[in-house]
Design a protein around this ligand. Structure first.
Ligand SMILES: Nc1ncnc2c1ncn2[C@@H]1O[C@H](COP(=O)(O)OP(=O)(O)O)[C@@H](O)[C@H]1O
Ligand SMILES: [Mg+2]
Length: 242
């Protein structure tokens, strides 16, 4: 299958802190890759590099066959619309209703100015995440799991080809985590997306990803299926499964 993300020898430091030290990654269409790694190992930095929020020191990132280094601001904005990014924590606008939160990206990107059309888009994505009933609620009225769903709906409304999930189940109870993991798979099937899923939650990785990759000291140290990594003899790898 065609590659939708291609990362070659990506390096990123903050001052003396070398965070990413030679990251290589290929994401193919239809694939879900889980990225594992300890806290502070650079997982979020990696995702931010992919969406152009952080500029790498060296290395190359191609997204949908476009090299980020070659793009001007407008081209980068255009590309970003095809790459959904579900922030750690969800990051809904607290002063807006669910509906307004979902309308926001549509207006910002001028995807549609037609009220009926926008309304239909909002309804469709809310239905996809099972939250149509919450359309007029404020974020403060929602549970953690519901906020994640709205965050995902807000990503989906622009019909991304790629979705990057940063710890989609962190802070949720096990049942709700399982529901979000199911939803990640459902979304992939319905919208035909490819994903990178950063997670500490091994159940989520098992449920959602066809390939797992583990970052240690700024590099991918191991990769394989859930079972391959779980049964690895290497303590740095199998420690995640205990
Ligand atoms: N914008 C930034 N400026 C300086 N340091 C940063 C910045 N973003 C991340 N870092 C540092 O980079 C390291 C990796 O961060 P991060 O990718 O958020 O870790 P995680 O794997 O937990 O997501 C951390 O030590 C963090 O403090
Ligand atoms: Mg992080």
């Amino acid at each position: 299958m065609e590659k939708v993300i291609e990362i070659r020898n990506l390096n990123k430091s903050f001052g003396d802190l070398e965070v990413l030290k030679g990251i290589n990654l290929d994401l193919r269409r239809g694939e879900n890759i889980a990225v594992l790694g300890g806290s502070g190992s650079g997982k979020s930095v990696l995702i931010k590099c992919i969406v152009g929020l952080i500029k790498p020191d060296t290395g190359e990132i191609k997204v949908l066959n476009q090299n980020l280094n070659d793009l001007d601001k407008n081209q980068l904005d255009e590309l970003r619309q095809k790459v959904g990014y579900l922030f750690q924590g969800g990051a809904l606008y607290d002063s807006m209703t669910v509906r307004e939160n979902l309308e926001f990206p549509v207006r910002r990107t001028q995807t549609s100015n037609n009220k009926a059309e926008v309304d239909e888009m909002v309804h469709e994505v809310l239905e996809s995440v099972g939250l149509l009933g919450a359309i007029d609620k404020m974020p403060a009225e929602l549970s953690g799991g519901m906020k994640k769903r709205v965050g995902l709906a807000r990503t989906l409304i622009l019909k991304p080809e790629i979705i990057l999930y940063d710890e989609p189940t962190t802070g949720l109870d096990p049942v709700t985590s399982g529901e979000i993991s199911d939803l990640i798979l459902k979304v992939q099937e319905k919208y035909n997306t490819s994903s990178i899923i950063i997670t500490h939650d091994m159940k989520c990785a098992k449920q959602t990803a066809n390939l797992l990759k583990l970052i240690v000291e700024g590099k991918f140290y191991a990769e394989g299926t859930f079972e391959e990594l779980r049964t690895s003899e290497d303590n740095k790898v199998n420690a995640y499964f205990k």
